[in-house]
Structures are given as C-alpha cells and as structure tokens.
Design a protein around this ligand. Structure first.
Ligand code: G4P
Length: 522
C-alpha cells in the first residue's frame, strides 16, 4: 500500500453521537459540519428534522429516493482529517439499526444536557459503546443555561455509567453567569463571548490580563477551587485509558452559542483513534492499512417510497480502498459482482464516489442480496464476526389479515428477520408469531413493507413492553413456570426465552426458581 493511501486511512475519524433526544445532537452536528465547510448555512441539518428540506443537491437524492440518506452519514474535512459522522436516530426512529450503527464506528461522542444529566437513551447507547471498548468523548452542553453543578455531573458519569472521567476544560459560572471555560490542557481561560467585550481582554499568550474583571468574580474563584480539587483528587489523564474506553475526556460548552465546539473538535481529532482492525470468524485480524478491500454491512435501509422497492446496504470499509467498478465477493454466498453504476454511494460529492478507504461508509444499492453482518471483499474469502443481537423491549403479536396469504406472510417475515429489520419469536404450541423490537418505528416499517413488498396486510396486536431473558440451563425449564407475567417463547434459533412483564415479575420468578440461570443479550 502506498504511503499516501496509508496516510489517508490514518487520518480518517469515524464516530457516532450518542445522546438523549433534545440534548443538542443536531445543533452540535451542524456546528461541526460548518467548521468542516460541509454545509454553508446553519439550519441545513435542522431543516430535515422539521421536514423543511433544503434545496441542496444533497437533499435532492433524499427526496427522490424518499429515504433519509443525508442524515445517515455525514462527511467533512478538518485540519488534515476526514471525519465521518454516523447518525444514531432518536425519538421514535430509535431501532436496532441505531445500535448496529455503533458497531461501525471507532469512537463515540456523548452529549449530555447540563440541566438533565444522564438520560435513559444515553445509558442504552453508552452500554453498547462500552461493550465494544471504544473511546467515548463527552460534551456537556447548554452551559449558557442553568444546570447541575459540574462536579455533580462528573460524579454522575462515574455512578450511572461506571466510566471514569477527566475534565479537559472547566466552566466558569453557567446560565446567565456563564463567563467562559478554563482549558486545563493549555492552562488558559476562553471567555464566553455573549458577554460583550467585558471579559475579552487576554494577552498574547491567551492568558487573562492581570487585573481582569473575571478574576474578581466568585465564579472564577469557584472554578479555580474545583480545578485544584480535580488536580488533587481527580483521575489522571491517560490516553491509553481513553483509547480503551475506560476514561472519558469531558468538555463543557454550548453548541447553540458555538462555544467550546471548535476546541472540542480539535482535541477530539487529536486523541480519537483512526480506523481500527477487526477480527474475523477465521480468527484473523484485518488491518485497515492492509490490501485488499474489505467491509461489512451494518445497516440496511428500506426505501419507504412504494415506487422503489430497493434498499441501501451500508458498508463500513474495514481495509484497503474501494474503487468504482471493482469486483467483490459476498462471503456468505460466494457470489462475485461488480460494484458499479447500480451502486449508490454516500460521500461529500453527494451522489457517487469513485473512491473510498478504510473508515469510510459506502451505500450499496440492494435488491435483496445482502444481510446484516455480511462481509464483502475483493480478496480471499473470510467473514467478519457477527454483529450482536440486541435485547428487544417491545413486542407485538402478528397475523395475516387474510388467512389465504400465509405463505407470503411467512416468506416476508423470514426475509425481514434475516435482514435484521425485526426480531422473531413464537409461542410454544400454537406457534403464534411474536415480533420484538427496540423501537416502535421497527413495527411501522415492518407493517409497511409487508404490505408493499409482500402484498400482505398484517394485524398487529401490541403485547407491550417486556423484559426478555434467555436461559443458560434450558433443560431445567418446565412449561409450568410460564404464566401471564412470564411468558415462555422460542426465538428464531429455537432457544427458549422468557418474556417478563416487568422488573418485579423477573425478580419474583428468580426468587421462586433460583436454579434457572437467566441472561440478557446486549
Ligand atoms: P437533538 O438533536 O439532540 O434532539 O437536539 P437539538 O440539537 O435539536 O436541540 C434541542 C433543543 O436544544 C433545541 O431547541 C436547540 O436549539 C437547543 N440547544 C441545543 N444546544 C443548546 C445550547 O448549547 N444551549 C441552549 N440554550 N440550547 C441549546 P428547540 O427550542 O427545541 O429547537 P429550536 O426551535 O431552537 O430549533
């Protein structure tokens, strides 16, 4: 591999932003894209959310295809790095795809709202990142609003998430009294600009002048005391521990006011890892700077427009370089094909790319050939390790409205399950179909696709949220242990699973049947 290509790969940074809805993911993303010159005006990313599409060509693809391409992968260049941001949808869009996206990144940025602290969805996404041991960078947002004490938030990180933290900077006041941040690394104050020029006097080393007004405030004194405490009793900074995901560097700022964002980006680029190697089932390690080209499919996005039945398969490139028109093999089937015109790519020229390298994401036009977790390679055949299965939380009983459509019904379900769109379970004797999902949207997509792609109308009967637990010692399970509150079903591999009504029912069951060893997937 040429030095130029190696360099290109090593300068890639591929990450996802994890946060609870409303913490500021869209706002921060937009600021990052502005720094990278990928968008010209603020409001471009935001527009998508409210359905007001901007008229850039980028959005045009989205409109034509009726799917959300834009928000799925965003790419920009900044100070010698090419940055790929992978979207992790929130709200109702939350689905297994959201989790799987985290399988395709090398690091994560966690945004926390200073007033709310760590919220439910952040915890879920964090767990997946933690399981992979990837570096997590924390941005505590909305410092221009009143919120929790910074030390309290640092404690929350350790207590709720179990990750150690290191404050890279420290706020001086907050809300209306937010005066700036103290950069611990460069040992200097960055004044917050919305205060007019009052606090902007800094000398040529970037230090506050001797009798600076800010130094006379109680907020400054408090911040200096906090920092002294952190220096004394806090964690030490260790890049090795950051890389292992054991220590999270914490930044304070305001995405909306664009304060602290650029410093965050620069520090992130400095410490975040370049594309990482991946293990194969053949127990080989594939290095990004190895040739030939290889990658795996982590997400398949269905086209919600009934006029197009096609889908896009998202590939994370693990090694080498993709070139338009190259021949690749799909390891699962052994089939070879050419990645050419039929392929839709996502990149900064917004329509097609002719080249992409390890760390990048490309989108393949799919007519049903791919499955989640598939490996494609231009060299010898191997298989990347399976993507994990996630514990669903929502369940529905489904039947075909028209009993004559049973064959289509089962075919549709089989394919959608294989594709990773939904999880399949069945009751023990009647074999009624129960579908599991991590987000409500998955059911809606399922219903829509069954109708449009398989011509089957389905009846969906919600059975609510459940706690799914698999069983280590299945041989000890008796059907009499099953009840309305602890329903016994089988998953698609015929493993037994208990669906408990709630935490209480789970504990009740364990008290009564201590010999049964339950476990959850991720
Ligand atoms: P999300 O993608 O994580 O869901 O959050 P988003 O960026 O959409 O931000 C949610 C709300 O929080 C928005 O306000 C946004 O303007 C606001 N916000 C984001 N960052 C900051 C910040 O640093 N300081 C303050 N004060 N607010 C921030 P909204 O009223 O819901 O939307 P909009 O009407 O402003 O678009």
């Amino acid at each position: 591999m040429s030095d130029l290509l190696k360099n290109e790969i090593q300068n890639r940074r591929t990450f996802a932003i994890i946060s609870h809805p409303d913490a500021g993911k869209t706002t921060l993303t937009e600021k990052l894209l502005l720094f990278g010159g990928a968008i010209r005006d603020a409001g471009t990313v935001k527009g998508k959310k409210t359905g007001k599409f901007a008229t850039s060509d980028w959005m045009e693809i989205e409109k034509q295809r009726g799917i959300s391409v834009t928000s799925s992968v965003m790419q920009f260049d900044y100070s010698g790095h090419r940055v790929n941001i992978l979207d992790t949808p929130g709200h109702q869009d939350f689905s297994e795809d959201t989790y799987r996206t985290l399988m395709a990144v090398d690091s994560a940025v966690m945004i926390i709202d200073v007033a709310k602290g760590i919220e439910a969805q952040t915890v879920k996404l964090f767990k997946v990142c933690k399981m992979r041991g990837i570096p997590i960078f924390t941005f505590i947002n909305k410092m221009d609003r009143q919120g929790k004490e910074p030390l309290e938030l640092m404690e929350e990180l350790e207590e709720v998430l179990g990750i150690e933290s290191y404050a890279m900077n420290w706020p001086i006041g907050m809300g209306k009294e937010f005066l700036g941040i103290y950069d611990r690394y460069n040992k200097r104050v960055e004044p917050f600009r919305s205060e007019g020029d009052r606090f902007l006097d800094i000398d040529e080393d970037g230090q506050l002048i001797e009798d600076h007004e800010m130094k006379k405030t109680s907020y400054y004194t408090q911040a200096m005391e906090d920092i002294a405490l952190l220096d004394e009793a806090g964690n030490d900074f260790s890049i090795e521990r950051v890389k292992k995901g054991e220590l999270t560097p914490v930044f304070f700022g305001s995405a909306l006011a664009n304060f602290g964002v650029e410093t965050f980006l620069e520090t992130y680029l400095q410490f975040a890892p370049s594309p990482q190697p991946r293990e194969t089932k053949e127990q080989e390690e594939i290095n990004p700077i190895d040739m030939p080209f290889s990658g795996f499919i982590f997400k398949i996005q269905a086209n919600m427009n009934p006029a197009h039945r096609d889908r896009i398969a998202f590939v994370r490139i693990v090694s080498g370089k993709f070139e338009r028109g190259m021949n690749v093999t799909l390891s699962r089937t052994g089939k070879s094909f050419k990645l050419s015109q039929t392929t839709q790519f996502l990149a900064d020229d917004r329509e097609t790319v002719s080249e992409a390298v390890a760390g990048d994401i490309i989108g393949l036009h799919d007519v049903g050939n791919y499955q989640i977790g598939d490996t494609i390679t231009s060299g010898k055949k191997f298989h990347f390790e399976n993507l994990p299965q996630f514990t669903p939380e929502l369940f529905m009983k489904v039947t075909a409205k028209n009993v004559m459509k049973q064959k289509h019904f089962h075919k549709g379900i089989l394919q959608l399950v294989q594709e990773g769109a939904i999880q399949y379970y069945k009751t023990l004797h009647l074999e009624e179909v129960i579908l599991g999902a991590v987000g409500q949207l998955q059911f809606e997509v399922f219903e829509h696709r069954m109708k449009n792609e398989y011509n089957v109308e389905v009846r969906m009967e919600p059975i609510g949220s459940k706690i799914a637990r698999w069983i280590e010692n299945e041989e000890d399970v008796k059907e009499s242990m099953s009840s309305g509150r602890s329903m016994l079903v089988k998953d698609r591999f015929d493993n037994l699973v208990f669906l408990f009504e709630n935490e209480f029912a789970t504990r009740w069951f364990q008290d009564k049947n201590p010999e049964i060893r339950l476990y959850s997937l991720l």
